[in-house]
Design a protein around this ligand. Sequence first.
Ligand SMILES: *Cc1c(COP(=O)(O)O)cnc(C)c1O
Length: 378
Amino acid sequence: MGINKIWLSLAHMGGGEQKFIQEAFDNNWVVPLGPNVDGFEQDIASYLGSGVEAVALSAGTAALHLGLVLLGVGPGDEVICQSFTFAASANPIRYQGATPVFVDSEETTWNMSPHYLEKAIADRISKGKKPKAIIAVHLYGMPADMDAINSIAARYGIPVLEDAAEALGSVYKGRKCGTLGEISALSFNGNKIITTSGGGALVTRNQDYIRQTKFLATQARDNAPHYQHSKIGYNYRMSNICAGIGRGQMEVLEEHVQRRREINTLYREELSGIAGIGVFDNPSPEYQSNHWLTCIMVSPDKCGKTREDVRLALDAENIESRPLWKPMHLQPVFEGCPYYGDGTSERLFNDGLCLPSGSSLTDEDVGMVTGVIKKILS
Ligand SMILES: *Cc1c(COP(=O)(O)O)cnc(C)c1O
């Protein structure tokens, strides 16, 4: 990958990946499924604990999609989704022919506002449409206020699908992200905290969901000697090679989380005194982000520069940074979908910037980034 460029978040191999891949080659397990898939699923489940099981899939998006299928979401249904997120959280709602109802973020976690969640549910019910599911996201690794979200959801009897794609290793009130919904989705895409080059997992305590996920993800083959189908299936299983990478990555997950947190601390130390720059941080000790990406807010009225000025200054020095997610209710593809909020996510999008945060960055790399930011703001 490009010499001298500082990237936002790169894949970071631990070294153990090769042995699992070699084993797969030696045994001709170069297929979907196999011992690495079983091993990776066990690794995920024992890491997360609290009685969950995992099914390894081809992508986090596939996990979210199958989650909606399991929850019975179909044409004409409405599904509540955090607006401030990556499109992969919301797209599967459309795959099912359902309509997303977008809910704004709260200032503290940047994730789904429990206040607007409740408003949205009440208003949809008053219009005769009870939402079929709620998709809550832990953006940039910051846990959403899941106790508040789950208790509202339980009061109305609506299941929560937890999008923990960015939050493996994050902890909320002593509980790991990825165990906080009826069904949870993880991602092992190349830019995530650990990677299988591409992949994901569906996580749940519900044994029947585990069984159904394995069935649906392998083309929904009925029990017969010939190919017999009574349901629509998908080709969503993870390959045994990718799972081998995943097993090696699980050996270094805690190190990666540790390093991302260290990088966040370095940024905070270097940037905290600068007027007009705020580094996003855990709102209280109950929230322990994995700090997948360190994000800053740039206040033009306080520092005379915009988020875009900072981004372009970094780009000129060969440093990759990126605006925060553009909210889904502002995306052309979701035009006209209902939205409940007060503009918080739009403000975050306007002024927020993600800084290079990969676990392979050196302290010097971080120093280069903060040096450019200090220079343009001085
Ligand atoms: C990466 C990501 C996904 C999708 O995961 P893939 O493995 O890329 O399909 C979903 N939601 C969020 C919030 C993500 O960051």
